[in-house]
Design a protein around this ligand. Structure first.
Ligand code: MN
Length: 302
């Protein structure tokens, strides 16, 4: 076994999206090769209604897949395939835009005004960019949740882990998406396929990741995250950890415990031409998409 070294640590940055939603972006719109096949990761945990209520009214996507995971509150959605519904706490939506979809995503707070969740964008390979749009909604109760003897809890959002498989399937990037909670002081290792690009996103508590230079587990000096999740102050717990190659990661939770997403996928290694919600391989394909939008020919499937 070789422990994956931590390649970089960074903090998600505040940004504005949709019709005026305040969110934090861990990565996106900079270097699409960085975490190929993943293009973007947004943390939309928010406590102020005026900062999320404007939502994401009707907008197009082409050439990618978007994965929405709701922790608190809900998201009302509708799309050009005729789907509509509400994602609630713990639910997951996987949307394959393929050749083109128009949809809207409208967040709502829970009784305490909380609207918490994440959206990940996964790229599609050129052979599937114009595939038929598809959409999978997974209820929280269908998502496997495993608790280990030491109290570590893993929700298998996408992929397979510890013998449990998520019902979400047929995803081009073949990703593994885990929501991991580790109790205070517990040290834990997780296998990750050697050839996958891998990142962790810490959103509650704090902990340390082991460095490859000492497989016995001397931990990185730099503590990640560093603050317990607090509904009045969400700052300081939005750490993105990017890993180098290896076949496992080792982490030790701090005294508040630690909760993070561990996400990996097979790199696609193709050129990327990116225009907002449309991600293709060439600029000609981007021009075609814009032409299709202007001429009302963007939606191919009926
Ligand atoms: Mn969207």
């Amino acid at each position: 076994m070789s422990i994956r070294p931590v390649k970089s640590l960074s903090t998600a940055q505040p940004t504005m999206e949709g019709a005026g939603v305040h969110l934090h972006r861990a990565f996106g719109f900079h270097d699409p090769a960085m975490l190929d096949p993943f293009l973007l990761f947004d943390d939309f945990r928010n406590e102020r209604e005026q900062d999320y209520a404007p939502g994401f009214p009707w907008h197009p996507h082409r050439g990618i897949e978007t994965i929405t995971y709701v922790l608190a509150g809900s998201v009302d959605h509708g799309d050009s395939l005729g789907n509509s519904g509400t994602l609630g706490a713990g639910d997951v939506q996987w949307m394959t835009a393929g050749s083109g979809i128009m949809h809207q995503e409208m967040p709502k707070g829970n009784a305490s005004g909380q609207m918490h969740g994440f959206q990940l964008w996964a790229n599609l390979p050129s052979s599937l960019k114009m595939t038929e749009p598809r959409y999978q909604d997974v209820n929280s109760t269908e998502i496997p949740e495993i608790t280990d003897d030491d109290g570590t809890k893993v929700r298998v959002i996408i992929g397979e882990f510890w013998g449990k498989k998520s019902p979400v399937d047929g995803i081009a990037a073949d990703p593994q998406y885990l929501d991991i909670s580790i109790p205070a002081g517990v040290k834990k290792s997780f296998k990750v396929d050697t050839y996958r690009n891998t990142f962790a996103y810490i959103f509650q508590g704090a902990g340390k990741f082991a460095d490859a230079s000492d497989p016995n587990g001397v931990l990185l000096e730099k503590e990640v995250a560093g603050q317990e999740f607090n509904i009045r102050d969400l700052s300081g717990n939005r750490t993105l950890v990017e890993f180098d190659t290896g076949d496992e990661i080792t982490v030790q939770a701090g005294e508040e415990g630690m909760r993070f997403l561990l996400i990996s996928g097979k790199p696609i290694k193709e050129p990327v031409a990116w225009h907002g919600p449309i991600v293709m391989n060439t600029n000609d394909e981007i021009r075609q998409a814009i032409h299709d939008l202007r001429n009302d020919t963007f939606i191919r499937a009926d």
